[in-house]
Design a protein around this ligand. Structure first.
Ligand SMILES: Nc1ncnc2c1ncn2[C@@H]1O[C@H](COP(=O)(O)OP(=O)(O)OP(=O)(O)O)[C@@H](O)[C@H]1O
Ligand SMILES: [Mg+2]
Length: 493
């Protein structure tokens, strides 16, 4: 365990050929009979390990115990069954192929007794299809031997999170303050928020990987607020927005005179966030050279400002976010694998808005209230038919897109009730590239005036009345948009 209490940092690669393994020749005794320990007295998470390979069993036990887990390791599924009620594990890690009862039979028996106990299967290359089939039957996940310790630990953490067995946060974050900015009522979000809170208290690195506009930045802030670091700084940096030449100095700082233009010493983000959280947004866009430097900081917990010969110890929790598939970037060679594993101890995935349609009306009403106040429009609301349309829309841009659409509706609505027609127009409006709100407003206004003039056949008095503007305001509007009402008048023969 490192100084921050991060559980994975000190782990070396776990390999079945590890020569440091002590032989345990006994085929019938458990490697560590920790079931003798008083479970009620310890807060440790309990892992039941089952494998007929005594070496592997011993090695995994040592690694997991070093990371704070209470381990009961047994060499057969039959023995494992007898330990379930005594040891009361939170997770079972079992080999798939074993003489006698195999891992799958063990899983089925566990399922019959306790549906919530996650089972992780260990498998050799030859039995991958069986392991995949096992996950379809409800096995939590599988690992192919040989695997590294970080991967196993990540699987265990995820299993604990899913089963709700991670430690609850202490003190005053037990209320909902930490998540107060996240509006949602859907089950998928509730599950995610539970995982978020459980992850927050562990102090491990968190990777938020989700589509654009789903609320990654908001969630990163919530992780910080739910963590023990909540009273310390939360510093964010968008790696995609920062020119490569400045990134290193932004992250790690620089000393005066270290490069042209470096007039003053600059404190980097890591130092400024000491004892708090650093949020690295758009991490998938970080240049490969900067990735190497970041990895070094994560491994050594110290930074060396640009131009300095001294290193400074830093204690920060890292949250990274990306809309890219980082594993794919690793496969393509554009993202470092070692950095990926270090950042990805726990992954949180925000569901797309289309997978949580229950949230749409809640969010739309919230944004509508907030934005009508901001734009001085009194209290606007959506007509039921308009809301119906929003709830069934595709939302490729997720919550951010919903926010933009609501803003368009609020700005352009001339009545307290936002009509379906207005919502429809806002939704149909699809610029090829994202344009600014002013430009969007202009385009929408232009369309609106065209429609109005068509409807009224160029009757200014009527058009002005319908748009709730006086005649001179209306003429000004037409002039600004270069519209001539005469062109809309029907020619009378
Ligand atoms: N559940 C939510 N409740 C309230 N507001 C939300 C929610 N989710 C997102 N938002 C708002 O939607 C906007 C987009 O959210 P955010 O910036 O966190 O998304 P993102 O995933 O980081 O997007 P991008 O990939 O574009 O950077 C923000 O204004 C945020 O406050
Ligand atoms: Mg973002």
């Amino acid at each position: 365990m490192d100084s921050r209490g991060t559980v994975f940092v000190s782990l070396a690669l776990l390999d079945t050929n590890d020569t440091a393994v002590k032989k345990n020749s006994s085929q019938n005794t458990s490697v560590n009979n920790s079931s003798k320990s008083n479970n009620a007295m310890t807060n440790k998470r309990r892992i039941l390990l089952v494998d007929d390979d005594a070496d592997l069993l011993h090695l995994i036990s040592v690694r997991l115990k070093a990371n704070g887990f209470d381990i009961n390791a047994v060499n057969s599924a039959e023995t494992a069954l007898t330990r379930l009620s005594v040891f009361r594990p939170h997770v079972v890690v079992t080999d798939l192929r074993m003489p006698g009862m195999d891992g799958m039979e063990l899983f089925e028996l566990i399922q019959q007794r306790n549906l919530r106990l996650p089972v992780i299967m260990l498998t050799a290359h030859g039995t991958i299809p069986e392991a995949v089939a096992a996950t379809q039957k409800g096995v939590f996940s599988y690992l192919v031997k040989p695997f590294d310790a970080q991967t196993l630990l990540a699987h265990i953490e995820k299993a604990l999170l899913q089963s709700g067995e991670m430690e609850q946060p202490e003190g005053d974050v037990s209320d909902r303050q930490w998540r107060s900015e996240i509006i949602s009522c859907s089950h998928v979000m509730e599950n995610l928020l539970q995982q978020t809170r459980a992850a927050a208290v562990t102090d491990v690195s968190v990777l938020i990987q989700s589509q654009t506009g789903t609320g990654k930045e908001l969630l990163a802030g919530a992780v910080h607020k739910a963590s023990a670091r909540r009273d310390k700084p939360f510093m964010a940096l968008n790696c995609a927005a920062m020119p490569e030449a400045l990134l290193e100095s932004e992250l790690f700082g620089h000393v005066a005179g270290s490069f042209t233009g470096a007039h003053k010493t600059h404190t980097g983000l890591f130092q400024a966030a000491n004892r708090g959280t650093v949020f690295l947004d758009e991490i998938g866009d970080m240049p490969i050279a900067a990735q190497a430097k970041l990895l070094r900081v994560l491994e050594q917990h110290e930074v060396r400002p640009v131009g300095s010969t001294e290193t400074i110890a830093v204690d920060v929790r890292i949250i990274a976010a990306t809309h890219h598939d980082l594993a794919e970037k690793v496969a393509q060679g554009t993202f470092r694998e070692d950095l990926f594993y270090r950042l990805n101890v726990i992954t949180l995935e925000l569901p797309p808005l289309s997978e949580r349609r229950e949230d749409i009306s809640l969010l739309a009403n919230h944004f509508c209230q907030m934005l009508s106040a901001r734009h001085g429009k009194g209290s606007l609301r959506f007509a039921p038919e308009a809301m119906e349309l929003l709830v069934s829309a595709p939302w490729p841009g997720n919550v951010r897109q919903l926010l933009n659409i609501v803003e368009q509706c609020v700005v352009l609505s001339s009545t307290p009730l936002i009509s379906r027609a207005l919502a429809e127009r806002a939704l149909r409006f699809k610029p090829d590239r994202l344009i600014g709100l002013n430009q969007a407003r202009e385009q929408f206004e232009h369309d609106y005036l065209l429609r109005l003039l068509n409807m009224t056949e160029g009757n200014i008095a009527l058009a002005a009345r319908l748009s709730e503007r006086n005649r001179s305001e209306f003429y000004n509007l037409l002039r600004r948009h270069g519209l001539d009402p005469a062109q809309f008048r029907k020619v009378t023969e």
